[in-house]
Write a protein that binds this ligand. Structure first.
Ligand code: NAD
Length: 360
């Protein structure tokens, strides 16, 4: 099969890590008989340097026409880079927000995987993590408290602030469908997280999630209150497969989930909209402190490419091959500097990419 991949290499370490992800995709293409047609697009700082704005209309249109978007991280050193002397709406991050909005990406998926070989980086006890864990947080991205009406007014002489948390049934249904579709490609369990004992928006959330669940009889659905979920993530993270939740709860829980894996250079992410198009990028930033030194860990970006194959192109076997190659290389003892520990072999960005490509 042939796929059109929009590639946004990004800033600082972005080009280094994306080059390695493309190396792995090329190996997959060769091995499984596919063609990935890359179109390079500029976003963030690189777009400011070339066009004076962090995202052009043309870039957005080209991204819309692709089958999937692979991105490195964007942005620079926020204290020294001239990009941060520009007004807020012209800075690199404004481009990222604009492309997410322009593509209608309403779901954010962040896997939290603890590999057995990297157990030492996890702050939890051995007795809790067992052989490691593997779950994803599916967070609603464009509704809820962060997008509701807000105001600060004086009432009876007292300063009073209001933030409103609003969801309609359609917004809940489309993210719930993403959660169940993802579970169907995994271990077929959804934990829907809400605060239905207090909030009306959560009671509607629970009702709509239960309706959607009827279309996925193979998937086990459980409901969990958000305060309990925050505890369960550190008490027994192995119980989760897909954690489905609204915007603010997801913001907090996905950071907690990243923290328990212990390693920023390993965490991939996807932002998804209607249909199959998605934007895939590492969870970390552009790491200006190590840019251009062949030090960055490319694994988060390589695993993001694997997610693109699985969720946008339905190439499950190919995605499995990439994930297995990453595990194999960790088993062989290769480590970039961020995950290095005694008794292992220190390698650079390119060498890590080569080692993973050799295992495909
Ligand atoms: P960062 O994630 O870039 O770096 C934090 C620390 O982690 C640094 O010490 C860095 O060297 C290290 N690190 C990050 N990724 C690594 C990797 N793959 N391998 C090895 N080490 C790695 O966060 P920051 O320093 O706060 O932000 C730097 C820039 O990135 C800023 O301009 C920020 O706005 C931007 N940013 C972009 C995104 C994105 O593109 N989605 C996300 C977060 C931050």
């Amino acid at each position: 099969m042939e796929y059109k991949v929009a590639v946004i290499k990004g800033d600082c370490i972005g080009p280094e890590i994306v080059n390695e992800a493309m190396k792995i995709m090329d190996k997959v293409a060769e091995k499984f008989g596919h063609t990935f047609r890359y179109e390079q697009l500029l976003l963030g700082g690189a777009s400011i340097d070339a066009y004076g704005v962090p995202l052009t209309e043309e870039t957005l249109e080209k991204a819309k026409k692709s089958d999937g978007i692979l991105m490195g991280s964007i942005g620079g050193d926020t204290t020294t880079s001239p990009w941060y002397k520009l007004p807020a709406d012209k800075r690199p991050e404004a481009g990222l927000l604009a492309i997410r909005k322009g593509l209608g990406l309403f779901a954010n998926m962040r896997p939290a995987v603890l590999y057995e070989e990297l157990k030492g980086a996890c702050p939890l006890k051995d007795s809790i993590i067992g052989d490691g864990f593997d779950f994803v947080v599916m967070r609603e991205l464009t509704g809820g408290l962060y997008f509701g009406e807000r105001k600060t007014v004086v009432e009876d002489g007292v300063l009073t602030a209001y933030d409103s948390l609003t969801y309609n049934e359609n917004e809940i249904r489309r993210i719930a469908v993403k959660g169940f579709e993802t579970a169907m490609k995994r271990r077929k369990k959804v934990t829907s997280v809400d605060k239905a004992n207090v909030l009306d928006s959560s009671r509607l959330w629970r009702k709509v999630v239960e309706e959607v669940a009827k279309d996925y009889p193979e998937v086990t659905l459980e409901h969990m209150l958000v305060d309990n979920c925050a505890m369960q993530l550190v008490k027994d993270p192995t119980q989760f497969d897909v954690v489905l939740t609204e915007n603010m709860f997801g913001d907090i829980l996905s950071d907690e989930a990243s923290m328990v894996t212990g390693s920023i250079g390993m965490l991939s992410s996807a932002s998804l909209g209607e249909g199959k198009l998605g934007l895939y990028e590492p969870s970390h930033g552009s790491a200006p402190d190590i840019a251009g030194q062949n030090k960055a860990n490319p694994i988060a970006t390589i695993l993001s490419a694997a997610m693109m194959l699985r969720y946008s192109f339905d190439l499950d076997k190919e995605a499995d091959a990439i994930e297995a190659a990453v595990k194999e290389v960790l088993k062989q003892g290769y480590r970039t500097v961020d995950i290095m520990s005694e008794g292992h072999t220190l390698v650079g960005t390119k060498e890590m990419g080569d080692a993973i490509a050799a295992c495909i």
